[in-house]
Write a protein that binds this ligand. Structure first.
Ligand code: MRU
Length: 348
């Protein structure tokens, strides 16, 4: 299975996803600035993969630190965390991973700066490894929700390219496929960045999973024609009430699925839950450059520069449209407020 992020002794090999599917090129990252740039410009994307890259990026930055005392090191660490946190606003895994990194240093009483640096690398590797296992467990908990013969719609890319393992939504699909279930995946192309076309269709095809690519506007007709048995998507942030921020267009799919009585599942690790936010209204939504809409795939101009555009990268699907949230600790069902809290408490 393709790997988006690979740690190699002293640097990160990062698959440049902006070049897919035409070129498979790994970038060599040795600094926090390069990690920031890769996250900001979507060379690495998908909530868990962003968190993993930020964790390694923090180590790469702090490994260059000239601090001679613990206090100096911690002050620099805070600055570096603030810097990396500003790479993208919506995926909570970014902040979660950086917070985990900070906790690992503060829990370590050592005053030796080299020891603190090595603690950061150990923690970044653990976050990476842990995500790999979470994906496996999400797949195992979700696979029984897939009927033996099923048409599955997915939106954006929540696969190996978006995580440290086999993916969240696609993790469920890979596990169902490995049990010889007769599945057909319909991948929304996912305008404007085309993660569905460039990444999901490519990734599933490479893995030998049957996939058909559709334009975003076609999912309603597919449902009307009874070709979709369930929808599975990933998440960038889930509020305490079960509201799910995910790639723009996810909400449209959820409304369509509800109209057609089709189960709508979200697959995400517990690191994607933000218990500090009571509802979806307070999830920060990234607004991206208008040129992403004016140009198609960054190649053809489809609207003139004077045309105003609105380009939110994510939307929020309300809990009442979600059939279940598949996590590494099992499937959370409504009532979400209560069941998410119980799941988070039992996981701690
Ligand atoms: O803008 P992106 O490509 O980072 O958006 C990614 C998504 O919306 C994914 O569905 C989400 O991060 C889940 S990845 C397991």
């Amino acid at each position: 299975m393709i790997e988006a992020v690979i740690w190699k002794n002293d640097h990160l090999d990062l698959l440049d996803q902006t070049l897919l599917p035409e070129q498979t090129i790994y970038l060599v990252l040795t600094t926090s600035e390069q990690s920031f740039e890769a996250i900001r410009n979507l060379r690495v994307r998908g909530a868990p993969a962003i968190g993993i890259t930020a964790a390694y990026g923090l180590f790469l930055g702090m490994n260059h630190s000239m601090a001679s005392t613990r206090e100096e090191f911690l002050a620099e660490l805070d600055q570096m965390i603030e810097y990396l946190s500003s790479a993208r606003p919506t995926a909570v895994n970014l902040f979660w991973a950086l917070d985990e990194m900070k906790k690992s240093v503060t829990a370590m009483g050592s005053t030796d700066v080299d020891t603190l640096k090595s603690v950061l690398l150990v923690r970044a590797k653990a976050i990476h490894k842990d995500d790999r296992q979470r994906c496996q467990d999400i797949g195992d908990h979700g696979k029984s929700l897939v009927p033996n013969s099923a048409g599955i719609l997915t939106h954006c890319n929540a696969g190996a390219l978006a995580t440290g393992g086999i993916g969240t939504a696609l993790g469920v699909i890979y596990k169902a496929h490995s049990e010889n279930k007769d599945i057909m995946v319909y991948a929304d192309e996912t305008r404007p960045i085309l993660q569905g076309a460039r990444l999901t269709a490519w990734e599933l095809n490479q893995a030998g999973v049957p996939v058909e690519l559709i334009c975003d506007s076609m999912s309603g007709t597919l449902m009307q024609q009874k070709k979709i048995d369930l929808v599975i998507v990933g998440a960038d942030r889930i509020a305490a009430d079960g509201s799910v921020a995910n790639k723009i267009g996810t909400y449209n799919v959820a409304v369509l699925a509800a109209h057609h009585n089709i189960p709508f599942y979200v697959a995400a690790p517990l690191s994607t839950f933000d218990m500090n936010l009571d509802s979806g209204d307070s999830i920060p939504i990234e607004i991206r450059d208008s040129d992403e809409i004016r140009n198609f795939a960054g190649k053809a101009i489809i609207a003139l520069p004077e045309i105003d555009c609105w380009n939110p990268a994510f939307d929020v699907t309300p809990p009442e449209l979600i059939t279940g949230i598949i996590t590494e600790k099992g499937v959370i069902k409504p009532p979400y407020k209560q069941n998410i809290r119980l799941k988070m408490e039992s996981a701690n």
